[in-house]
Ligand binder design. Sequence first.
Ligand code: SF4
Length: 70
Amino acid sequence: MSKGGWSCPHSIDGICDIIKKECDPGDKGCVLYGKALFSLESSPSNEAFEKRMERKLQKIMQEKKSKTTS
Ligand code: SF4
């Protein structure tokens, strides 16, 4: 039974069926890696998330720039 608002379908008795070790949300290989910011500052997801957002912002800026110059 789930104790929180979200439970990962990859967690089987606390073991991740993707990374083959104890569930560690935001770790490399986790479905949340790079997709969410975690309150735990040392989460590897945070840096990947920020890089992803930077790339997304740059893409938006380039699209806007090309629309204004065409
Ligand atoms: S590590 Fe990520 S993908 Fe794996 S069970 Fe935990 S939340 Fe799900």
